[in-house]
Write a protein that binds this ligand. Structure first.
Ligand code: HEM
Ligand code: HEM
Length: 192
């Protein structure tokens, strides 16, 4: 399997970025919700520390992913897609990239505004981006919360779109993002 994207398929590197980041984003929601249900205490802080470490990992991977994408343009969308569908697909992908930066950065700023340190799995500590500021903390907390809602809605639409491509349109959009799969044969090649 080639590392680079081809005109019709995502390469291994782009697929790895996609699925590792997708898994981390899901983990982020699970950890945040588990922490949200707990009273202030050691257990809650431990879950939030994990949330922060995984969140900063998303930021690092998002930077690498964008750099990789600049060098490796994605495959073309299927020819049969209507202009509105193309526009929706592209806007969703742009929104994802913006959120993959905005979520960690608002989280990092929020922690800085509370003067809570952001460690990376206990290995090192990220510097605080701003000084202690309660008003900024509240604003950043609401922004992080609001953006997480936007991310959730976009992710649901994105998953539904991927399933629609696969089961309804029967094209290669899902397969070309999955490892160990082959493109479907064009209808003209299928024996009747
Ligand atoms: C892709 C990355 C991230 C995602 C998807 C994400 C998602 C979330 C979600 C869904 C919540 C719960 C919001 C609510 O219902 O109140 C939350 C809370 C929180 N996040 Fe993140 N987050 C990310 C990155 C980060 C990072 C990097 C940090 C800090 C360095 C961070 C710090 C926090 C904190 C401290 C809370 C609890 C806020 C409170 O006290 O209510 N997050 N995050
Ligand atoms: C919350 C988790 C997810 C995030 C943040 C995410 C993000 C993205 C992004 C940014 C792209 C554009 C890739 C590029 O061209 O650079 C993409 C493509 C894609 N995603 Fe996801 N994704 C997530 C979950 C999923 C899931 C669960 C599925 C499958 C059901 C999926 C299926 C696809 C497919 C098939 C493409 C390729 C679309 C195309 O060929 O144009 N994604 N995703």
């Amino acid at each position: 399997m080639p590392n680079q994207n081809s005109p019709t398929r995502y390469g291994v590197v782009a697929q790895a970025f996609h699925w590792v980041i997708a898994a981390l984003v899901v983990t982020q929601f699970v950890l945040a919700n588990l922490a949200g249900d707990l009273p202030i205490g050691v257990h809650k802080l431990a879950l939030l520390a994990r949330h922060k470490s995984f969140g900063m990992t998303v930021l690092m991977l998002a930077i690498l992913r964008v750099l990789w994408r600049l060098k490796n343009p994605p495959p073309e969308l299927p020819a049969g897609m209507r202009p509105l569908e193309r526009m929706l697909a592209r806007s969703t992908h742009v929104a994802f990239y913006v959120l993959l930066f905005a979520m960690p950065i608002t989280g990092w700023l929020m922690s800085s505004a509370k003067n809570y340190s952001v460690s990376w799995f206990g290995l090192f500590t990220w510097p605080n981006l701003i000084g202690k500021n309660e008003a900024a903390f509240e604003l950043l907390r609401s922004t992080h919360d609001l953006l997480s809602g936007v991310l959730f809605v976009i992710a649901v639409l994105h998953i539904l779109a991927a399933l629609k491509h696969h089961f309804w349109n029967k094209d290669d959009v899902l397969l070309r993002m999955l490892p160990f799969t082959k493109a479907r044969r064009p209808k003209s090649e299928v024996q009747s």
